[in-house]
Design a binder for this molecule. Structure first.
Ligand SMILES: Nc1ncnc2c1ncn2[C@@H]1O[C@H](COP(=O)(O)OP(=O)(O)O)[C@@H](O)[C@H]1O
Ligand SMILES: [Mg+2]
Length: 201
């Protein structure tokens, strides 16, 4: 079975689908990648035609994910704490948790982290990382937010993804890698590399 990266956060609008799609596009040159949409709202399924080189699969059945034959499976999840998440986390090699940098945004990842910790009790080698997304230029991460992140005892990825028009538009333009915003490309590529390094560490 290939590696499974699950992108999760119970809130909508934090960039799960955007990052899942951009990561899949980033890996597809080297690996046989499937992008699995478990969100019944199906945002990724709706842009399937924009991604002709990628297998975009709508799945609500975890059994099926287990049996997919790909090197890498990236799973996008819905914006609520689905009762399917514990099992999905248990199947995953890496859980990516995107958040904005606001205090309340970071507070909101606690229930996702709690699910992660539960899954790690049963399967300690599940890796995970919080990725700060939609960072505003010139506004870093405040002390309060750093403290809150630290208290969560989950790695915060070195790679941060800034708020970029090209990333916002990436769903209709088949990912930032196809474009010419070199900063956006650098960020997404760095995110992909960091995840690979953490999975193999
Ligand atoms: N780094 C970013 N810069 C600018 N816009 C972004 C970024 N990440 C996500 N977005 C935008 O934010 C919105 C929510 O992203 P989405 O991926 O749909 O979140 P989720 O899947 O968590 O609900 C979308 O309009 C998307 O284009
Ligand atoms: Mg989504």
């Amino acid at each position: 079975m290939g590696k499974i990266i699950t992108v999760a956060h119970q809130k909508g609008g934090v960039g799960k689908s955007t990052l899942a799609m951009n990561l899949a596009v980033c890996f597809q040159d080297q690996l046989n990648v499937a992008l699995v949409d478990t969100d019944l709202q199906g945002s990724l399924t709706q842009i399937k035609e924009e991604l002709p080189d990628l297998s975009v699969i709508s799945k609500d059945e975890l059994q099926d994910i287990k049996h997919l034959d790909y090197d890498l499976i990236i799973v996008d999840t819905p914006p609520y704490l689905s009762n399917k998440l514990p099992e999905l986390f248990g199947l995953s090699d890496f859980i990516l948790i995107p958040t904005k940098a606001g205090f309340f945004d970071v507070m909101a990842i606690r229930s996702t982290i709690a699910l992660l910790k539960d899954a790690q009790v049963k399967k300690p080698d599940i890796r995970a990382g919080i990725v700060m997304n939609m960072i505003k230029p010139r506004s870093g991460i405040t002390k309060e937010v750093s403290g809150l992140l630290e208290s969560m005892k989950t790695p915060v990825l070195h790679t941060m993804i800034y708020d970029r028009v090209r990333i916002a538009r990436s769903s209709i333009t088949a990912g930032v890698l196809q474009g010419n915003d070199s900063k956006a490309i650098t960020e997404i590529t760095a995110l992909a590399e960091e995840i690979v390094n953490r999975i193999s560490a």
